[in-house]
Design a protein around this ligand. Structure first.
Ligand code: GTQ
Ligand code: FE2
Length: 357
């Protein structure tokens, strides 16, 4: 920096004190490194998480006070959220329980993990949850969860709460009853899941997908079909859940992917400004994130922070399916999305350490 010496030390000190007194702050003092705080990649093992989530059923009930029985994937270095923009949490709903109806400006997704017989009602539409289903509750839509079955139900919640909080746009409203009136069962599927065919009446220009329930069978079938046609060097056989009426990501703030890593495949490394939270829905393998090896197996979760090099591998003879939430739509809409391939060592990072090992 060009320093001038026209002011003596006392005059200079006086200048800073006077400025501070009227809340003016020099931009040339204490300049900080730009960019978000660094968070390290992290992993949670299903074998350790599941017993604690089940045990939470003995600690609280999702009444009007507690509302939701959730355990957040709490990445070290963040006092909220799982990445700087998104939070992922595990929610448990026991047979006969109801998590009461409400709505909020943060958007949520549910990725269903275990159990059966529970449903989420989104704007009156009853959506039965089965493992591998994706259910959206977009910003300001009414939602409540009930378990009519005989098994505990566990799912992954993904919300844009840290981002919405940062923007000071977090609003919340409780529904006057525990459950909202049911106006349909699987109606969003009946109207919009056939993709290319859509009703000539109905929702137009919503800021989110009018299809809010994506069934596992169709997702898996789509992945298998695509795996016969091609793959991406960094993500192998990956598909983005999209709004069938626009082809855009399902939500404005988050996008969701299902990706199949074929047996024995190790993808090439790259990095991007979007951050991701992954769930290993099926299979076994590892990811290398910032040079660290994360061995994963079915049910595990891991975080890929913004701008961290990462690559994924499926074990020999094992097909893996990964689900992820990503803040890519935010980055793209702000013209802040960047992506870079790793070009050294034929595209693979040297492994310098192992998580938990
Ligand atoms: O299920 O409605 O993990 O409102 C956090 C806030 C879940 C929900 C969360 C919520 C919900
Ligand atoms: Fe909610």
């Amino acid at each position: 920096m060009a320093v001038q010496d026209k002011l003596g030390p006392e005059e200079l000190q006086q200048y800073y004190a006077t400025s501070d007194g009227i809340r003016l702050s020099p931009g040339w003092v204490g300049r900080e490194r730009s960019g978000p705080p660094d968070i390290e990649p992290f992993q949670w093992r299903w074998s350790e998480v599941a017993p604690l989530v089940l045990k939470s059923g003995e600690i609280v009930t999702p009444d009007r006070d507690v509302e939701r029985r959730t355990m957040r994937l709490a990445t070290p270095g963040l006092d909220r959220g799982t990445t700087h923009t998104m939070v992922a949490a595990l929610q448990l709903l026991l047979p006969g329980e109801c998590a009461p109806a409400h709505r909020h400006t943060p958007t949520a997704i549910r990725w269903i993990l275990t159990g059966s017989g529970a449903y989420t009602t989104v704007e009156g539409d009853k959506c039965y949850m089965e493992p591998g289903d994706l259910i959206l509750t977009p910003s300001w839509t009414w939602h409540d969860h009930s378990n009519e079955g005989t098994d505990p139900m566990i799912w992954l919640d993904g919300l844009d709460v840290p981002f919405v909080g940062y923007l000071r746009a977090h609003f919340y409203e409780a529904f006057p009853e525990d459950t909202q009136p049911i106006t349909g069962v699987g109606d969003s599927i009946r109207k919009y899941a056939s993709g290319a065919l859509r009703p000539i009446w109905g929702e137009r220009d919503l800021p989110y997908s009018p299809l809010w329930h994506y069934k596992w069978d169709r997702t898996y079938e789509a992945l298998k079909g695509l795996s016969e046609l091609g793959s991406d060097p960094f993500d192998d056989v990956a598909m983005e859940f999209s709004d069938p009426t626009t082809g855009r990501p399902v939500l404005r703030s988050m996008t969701c992917w299902a990706q199949l890593i074929r047996p024995g495949i190790r993808t090439k490394a790259h990095r991007h400004t979007s951050s991701k939270v992954y769930q290993v829905f099926k299979g076994e393998g590892y990811s290398v994130i910032s040079g660290q090896r994360f061995d994963w197996t079915e049910g595990d979760f891991f975080v890929v922070p913004s701008w961290a090099w990462h690559e994924h591998a499926s074990s020999e003879g094992t097909e893996s399916v990964l689900f992820s939430i990503q803040d890519t739509p935010v980055m793209k809409s702000m013209a802040l999305y960047r992506e870079e391939p790793y070009t050294e060592h034929t595209g693979h990072q040297p492994i310098t350490s192992s998580f938990g090992g």
